[in-house]
Design a binder for this molecule. Structure first.
Ligand code: GTP
Ligand code: SPV
Ligand code: MN
Length: 605
């Protein structure tokens, strides 16, 4: 019995799909994958608009994309993924290093040779009757020293169209790579197979700069530039080459006197990076400006002045849709008004995308993310909680003018943060770099819909990199400490929590634009101003140290609650932090346990 072909081959008009690279190492590798997967034809992508238009028309014809109302949503389309395939799959994400020790205690590990042969078995003939797309791309601003070249082979048009938004795709990559067959490039192979959870594996071979992803068609599992290359493989390369690849947004903040700082912030998936990166200051902060360098990933290195400089390797935002509104994030709303690919949102009868939390009343009837009829009375959500937009960063009305600067932007502060209903105050500052590394290493957050699995339970997520660190986490902590020693002018390190709740389970802090009040305190601290009180966990602002003017609905009582460091809660927290570090084995630097002792002792004083 023959299976339905979920990705039938397309035939390109002549002159299209012919952007064949000339580097022999690339050609040889593509040929190997072709021999293995037996596609009907090969489409060599060039990233042009004509190519996009053609691929969109093919995707519409095949039902891979649905057209949204083009008057109100020009250039916008909807994709529905298989309902069994709606988020990252951490359980099936593997780091394949020669030894288990190299992958470390936080990664799922399998032996490389064995894994290659299993994957090859699955890929044998997998693209029969399909088109094999070859997508060349670069990660990082053109001309930047840290910029990397990747190629993704895929049998999914949706992946090609998404990669075109998320990366700088096309001829630029072939140019950057050049002719040298020894030149470094990432080899990414993706096949949908039959999108079955039983054959879904996201495999990384850091030593070979290779990624093989099978059985999924969704987000971070298949846009191999993003979590796979720019975090897992890049973190491994960064350790070897002396830089940092981090799950961090990068934003610029300019005060009314024209002084500008850049900060980088690591929050776990679906914990507020995109929103913070596009923050609109409240009215009270007239003259303050926040601009975006990146919303998800930062590559950072030390320059001659002893400071840390950051670039955003990506070219677009793959953002959480639910909750996005003109009230919460007008910049994101403006960005996704045009040329945006939506995945798993609801569709109104007028052809508009819809999701929970969008402005205005819900539609009386719609089609939900699965394609079923939906009304406000339905038990199911209209949009999947992890529904996403892919939008070009050029659409962002507050894109920072330095976003293409090959040198990157100097980072004044690093912020760690998580989703914690208790214990963690709104903000505190670490004593110094080493204490800051401890704070990052032991941070925790409630799990979200960004990964398959239970939502809402607190787990340790060091530097928001638990699912993304491509090597031993103990070595990663060591790398952070070593980096600190090389920084003569290090960023200050902070921890924030927008998600603390009161006894009734309501958020104590309004969040979103009002986070400007916390950002301002952080900038004040960087400028040597800004008051604080010393607590055992670090320096915490008193309410008078925060600018809380014109903030209706937040009582002084609430502010006290937000800033409180409660010793009962911290006794538990410190125990959890200690047990976590101890569970990670012998590679964890002794300095971090020493930091733990220091904090614990300060509570006992
Ligand atoms: P990934 O793309 O998965 O890495 O997520 P992210 O870290 O970029 O998170 P994002 O900004 O998309 O926000 C995720 C969810 O948190 C959305 O539902 C937001 O509405 C919500 N959120 C973001 N910022 C805040 C905030 O300051 N307060 C509250 N209460 N919710 C927030
Ligand atoms: C995340 O989960 O951190 C994301 C979404 O940014 S995905 O690209 O699917 O990993
Ligand atoms: Mn992310």
């Amino acid at each position: 019995m023959s299976m339905e072909n979920i990705a039938p081959a397309i035939s390109a008009p002549s002159g299209m799909g012919e952007n064949k690279p000339t580097n022999h190492a690339v050609l040889n590798w593509v040929h190997e994958v072709e021999t293995l997967t037996s596609p009907q034809n090969i489409f060599w992508c060039d990233g042009s608009e004509a190519e996009r238009d053609f691929l969109v028309s093919e995707a519409l014809r095949q039902g891979v994309l649905l057209k949204l109302n083009q008057q109100r949503n020009p250039g916008c389309y909807l994709h529905r993924s298989n309902p069994n395939d709606v988020a990252r799959v951490e359980q099936f994400t593997l780091i394949c290093t020669p030894t288990k020790e190299e992958a470390g205690p936080t990664n799922h590990w399998t032996e490389p040779a064995e894994t290659y042969s299993k994957l090859h078995e699955m890929l044998k003939g997998a693209m029969r009757g399909r088109t094999m797309f070859v997508v060349p791309y670069i990660m990082g601003p053109p001309g930047a020293p840290l910029t990397k070249v990747g190629f993704e082979i895929t049998d999914s048009i949706y992946v090609v169209l998404s990669m075109r938004i998320m990366t700088r795709m096309g001829a630029i990559a072939n140019e950057r790579l050049g002719q040298d067959p020894e030149a470094e490039f990432n080899r990414g192979v993706h096949s949908l197979l039959d999108v079955s959870p039983d054959r879904r594996w996201i495999c990384h071979f850091p030593q070979d700069n290779t990624i093989i992803s099978v059985g999924s068609g969704y987000g971070g599992n298949v846009l191999l530039s993003k979590k796979c290359l720019a975090l897992r493989i890049a973190s491994y390369l960064a350790k070897k080459q002396g830089w940092l690849a981090e799950h961090m947004l990068i934003l610029g903040v300019e005060s009314p006197d024209g002084k500008k700082h850049y900060v980088a912030a690591a929050f776990p998936s679906a914990c507020g990076k995109t929103n913070f990166a596009m923050l609109i200051p409240p009215k009270h902060f007239a003259g303050w400006k926040v601009t975006t360098i990146g919303d998800d990933i930062a590559w950072m290195e030390i320059r001659d002045d002893g400071r840390l400089y950051a670039v955003n390797p990506e070219n677009g935002y793959f953002g959480v849709v639910p909750g996005t509104s003109y009230r919460s994030n007008a910049n994101a709303m403006r960005a996704i008004e045009h040329d945006t690919l939506f995945t798993n949102v609801a569709l109104t009868t007028a052809g508009d995308p819809w999701w929970e939390g969008k402005d205005g009343p819900p539609p009386n009837e719609a089609i939900d993310w699965r394609g079923n009829p939906w009304t406000p009375a339905s038990k199911e959500k209209g949009a999947h909680p992890n529904s996403r937009f892919a939008t070009p960063m050029r659409n962002n009305p507050v894109l920072d003018p330095e976003v293409e600067d090959p040198a990157g932007v100097p980072i004044s502060a690093i912020i760690f943060g998580g989703r914690r209903s208790d214990t963690m105050p709104l903000v505190f500052q670490a004593e110094d770099w080493t204490h800051g590394v401890y704070v990052g290493a032991t941070m925790a957050s409630e799990t979200t819909a960004a990964a398959i699995g239970a939502v809402g339970h607190v787990r340790r997520d060091p530097m928001a990199m638990l699912p993304f660190c491509g090597y031993n986490i103990g070595e990663y902590f060591r790398h952070w400490l070593e980096t600190g020693k090389r920084l003569t002018n290090p960023p200050l390190i902070f921890h924030v929590n927008w998600f603390r709740k009161n006894g009734e389970g309501k958020f104590l802090w309004p969040g979103f634009g009002e986070n400007m009040r916390v950002l301002r305190w952080i900038i004040d601290r960087c400028a040597g101003r800004g008051g604080a009180v010393e607590t055992p966990i670090g320096e915490v602002p008193r309410s008078e140290d925060l600018d809380l003017e014109e903030l209706p609905g937040v009582s002084p009582e609430q502010v006290r609650e937000l800033l409180a460091v409660k010793s009962e809660e911290w006794a538990m927290e410190l125990q959890g932090q200690k047990e976590f570090l101890a569970s990670l084995g012998s590679k964890v630097p002794k300095e971090l346990m020493a930091e733990h002792e220091k904090v614990a002792n300060r509570f006992n004083r």
